[in-house]
Design a protein around this ligand. Structure first.
Ligand code: UDP
Ligand code: MG
Length: 318
């Protein structure tokens, strides 16, 4: 038996301004829940007083655990560090430290978890960001959904509750570039979205620079889609077909009308045809790179939900 049902994971990077308020809100929430909660605070290499504040909180209340990372590793890795230290027997909830994700929802999420859902992911009904950021987010999520080989829900971030077996499966995925919302979707099981209004950051300013956002977006595409490689091969084939049709047309003009300049046909054919051939070759090499990538990424091959054996259903890892 573990001491806790749910672990609440909170990554923190220079969040001293919002810290007291955060701990107060979470404490109020976990004092009132019907189930027991621990809180895992991760200091992602903050340069302000966040580390000291975490230490103080953890020493005052045994339900708080502090993980101090050696330097800034980025949000996804900070959350991963939290996931790898979950003691909650039933599962974990991931929230941002700036109170944009209301910790009070732990109750609603837990009810859904008890109903048999393995992943409860929050869907943002509204965003309180600038126009440009909103547009970028919305285009990106739609693009990603189109090209990924399985369903990654639109407009959901890392704010979610995961059952213990989902946490364990994600921890068993040793990939280096971690895109947690993709990994979460990859695991499968019963997943459900929960719409909520995303609050504004309560204090301090965003820690996600455009560079960090782009890196996250790239991971989302390259870790969960073969599309960028496949498209090179497809474009290559289209180009070759196009060049052959164009070549035939030029031959026809040459023999019937004789209005094509000397040497033109061969030149244009060489350019288009060989660009196509090169693209196909790149795509072929890409296929091998993909396979090497999939192999070294070393994800579990599949995840078993339940086993029916000896005339009995045996849910695995629940
Ligand atoms: N964060 C982190 N490491 C980073 C950047 C952010 O741990 O390198 C934390 C941050 O402290 C916050 C959460 O990740 O708790 C989300 O960051 P933020 O609110 O700045 O992102 P936004 O909501 O603006 O996308
Ligand atoms: Mg935020």
């Amino acid at each position: 038996m573990t001491r806790f049902d749910i672990s609440i994971i909170v990554p923190l990077y220079n969040e001293e301004k919002v810290f007291e308020q955060l701990v107060q809100r979470i404490t109020n929430v976990i004092n009132a829940t019907q189930f027991s909660c621990e809180v895992i605070l991760i200091n992602d290499g903050s340069t302000d007083d966040t580390e000291k504040l975490i230490e103080k909180t953890c020493k005052a209340d045994s339900r708080f655990t502090g993980i101090i990372l050696s330097r800034n590793h980025g949000h996804q890795l900070a959350v991963s560090a939290g996931l790898m230290n979950v003691r909650g027997g039933k599962g974990a909830m991931i929230i941002d430290g700036d109170l944009q994700d209301p910790p009070e929802l732990v109750n609603e999420f837990y009810a859904l978890l008890s109903d048999g859902y393995d992943v409860i992911y929050a869907i943002r009904k509204n965003r309180k960001e600038g126009f440009l950021k909103k547009l970028a987010y919305s285009t990106y999520y739609r693009l990603q959904k189109k090209i990924s080989s399985f369903n990654i829900p639109i407009d959901s971030g890392d704010f979610s509750m995961l059952s213990r077996r989902v946490v364990d499966t994600m921890n068993a995925m040793p990939e280096q570039s971690r895109y947690l919302r993709g990994m979460r979707a990859w695991v499968g099981f019963k997943q459900i979205g929960y719409e909520y209004n995303r609050d504004e950051r309560q204090a301090g300013e965003t820690k996600y620079s455009w560079t960090k956002l782009f890196e996250l977006a790239f991971n989302g595409i390259f870790n969960f889609s073969d599309f960028p490689v496949k498209i090179i091969t497809r474009l290559g084939f289209i180009t070759v077909v196009f060049s052959l049709i164009y070549f035939a047309y030029n031959l026809y003009r040459k023999f019937y009308y004789n209005d094509v300049p000397q040497g033109f046909t061969a030149t244009i054919l060489a350019i288009i045809l060989f660009s196509g051939v090169q693209m196909i070759s790149l795509g072929l090499i890409g296929e091998y790179v993909l396979r090497i990538y999939n192999q070294v990424r070393n994800r579990p091959l599949f995840v078993i939900d339940k086993l029916i054996q000896d005339q009995e259903e045996k849910p695995l890892g629940k």
